[in-house]
Design a protein around this ligand. Structure first.
Ligand code: NDP
Ligand code: MG
Length: 394
């Protein structure tokens, strides 16, 4: 690529967005920020705009756009609002690369817009791929969109597969993809005590600092479930080709097992700036601000089989993956509703899985080969979760 890489960062105000801009700021000669989007955190977005001087900024509400526009007067940043504006900045001619880091289903439309516009897409927003895997990947191959995984596990798998991997795992001699999971904050909590855990406890992840939704997903291991589905699409893997291994230290970010007995892995300190820098600079390597891994300090690495009684959400995700069609979209939607209710103190922690299971039972499994079908499944999953919530909520 000649000249600087021109970026749109969707979800700039979040955990991944902030880490992305940290890496970008280390390499002003390589990157130029053209668009930044946030939703509600106007102060963070304002500071980011002053620092990076994008051509466009996007927020959720019209009134907030007016407010931020006034605060940024004279800076040369045009402030827009709403879904259409997100889709627009994701597909701008003057953008080469889109960091897709909006959380949840809200990220689907702009991420797809970036894919359709043939941008290099750095995918953090796993929910988009979980909901709409078939539609999403069909667009990726139709447009030849470069798609680079940001999720640390998938980035590790990507790094452990042969360069130029063409979607044929068996053809490359791959036996299995092994996704590692930390087990989250409740890996060793007595199961009876889980009924009383609070959102603050669930969000206190032992190794990673992340947004609140993915932190709860990590505690329930739904995050790993979503990642299994994400891996299915990114690497064209069958459910039986994906295993989950609990590895509490989060040093091995994932592994690929080959038929000759070789296992390749990617290791590093748990810091999202590593996969972000990898994807931003790919195929080159750049400084990310991450401390070198000190194996002497770490001393030993541990591995456990996931306990599905403790982590029923992981089983639900495998169930949805095997069912196929609209089931992953229903799973994702019900999870978003349940996690939100838990974070707001309206649902007990063990009921997150119950709400999702009830939604999967209620919504009939049909195919989801079009965007309309995906969006219908998302709505049906949310409605079914609301019904279950009304029964289980407090
Ligand atoms: P955060 O909650 O920290 O950030 C979410 C971002 O999305 C914020 O910029 C937020 O804006 C924006 N946003 C929220 N709702 C909407 C909406 N309705 N419309 C438009 N924008 C919205 O999340 P994370 O950064 O932790 O996660 C982002 C994505 O990356 C998720 O899909 C997550 O699964 C994935 N991911 C995250 C990892 C991590 O380490 N954090 C690791 C791997 C994947 P605002 O804050 O201004 O309201
Ligand atoms: Mg991950």
């Amino acid at each position: 690529m000649t000249g600087r890489q021109r970026l749109a960062v969707l979800g700039a105000t979040g955990s991944i967005g902030v880490s992305t801009l940290d890496v970008v700021a280390r390499h002003p000669e390589r990157f130029e920020v053209v668009a930044l989007t946030g939703h509600r955190r106007l102060d963070v977005l304002e500071a980011q705009c002053r620092r990076h001087r994008p051509r466009y900024a996007v927020v959720g509400a019209e009134a907030d756009a007016k407010l931020l526009g006034a605060r940024l007067a004279g800076l040369g940043t045009e402030v827009l609002a709403g879904q259409a504006a997100l889709d627009e900045v994701a597909a701008l001619d003057e953008v080469d690369t889109v960091m897709a880091a909006i959380v949840g289903a809200a990220g689907l439309s702009p991420t797809l817009a970036a894919v359709r516009a043939g941008k290099k897409v750095l995918l953090a927003n796993k929910e988009a791929l979980v909901m709409a895997g078939a539609v999403f990947m069909a667009e990726v191959s139709r447009r030849g969109t470069p798609l680079l995984p940001i999720d640390s596990e998938h980035n590790a798998v990507f790094q452990s597969l042969p360069r130029g991997f063409d979607g044929n795992l068996a053809g490359c001699g791959v036996r299995k993809i092994l996704l590692t999971a930390s087990g989250g904050p409740f890996r060793a909590t007595p199961i009876e005590a889980l009924a009383r855990v609070t959102p603050e406890q669930a969000c206190a992840h032992p190794n990673w600092v992340m947004g609140r939704k993915i932190s709860v997903d990590s505690a329930t291991m739904m995050n790993k479930g979503l990642e299994v589905i994400e891996a299915r699409w990114l690497f064209n893997a069958m459910p039986d080709q994906i295993d989950v291994v609990i590895h509490p230290e989060s040093v091995i970010h994932s592994l690929v097992q080959y038929v000759d007995g070789s296992v390749l892995a990617q290791l590093g300190n748990p810091d999202m700036r590593t996969p972000i820098a990898h994807a931003l600079a790919y195929p080159e390597r750049i400084e990310a601000g991450v401390a070198p891994l000190d194996l002497f300090e770490i001393g030993r690495l541990n591995f456990e089989r996931p306990d599905l009684k403790r982590f029923p959400c992981l089983s639900l995700a495998f169930q949805a993956l095997r069912a196929g069609g609209n089931a992953p979209a229903v799973l994702n939607a019900a999870n978003e509703v349940a996690v939100q209710a838990f974070l707001e103190g309206r649902l007990a922690y063990p009921d997150i899985a119950r709400v999702i299971a009830a939604a999967l039972d209620e919504v009939p499994c049909v195919s989801a080969g079009t965007l309309e079908a995906v969006l219908a499944a998302d709505s049906a999953g949310r409605a079914a979760a609301q019904h279950a919530l009304a029964r289980a909520g407090r």
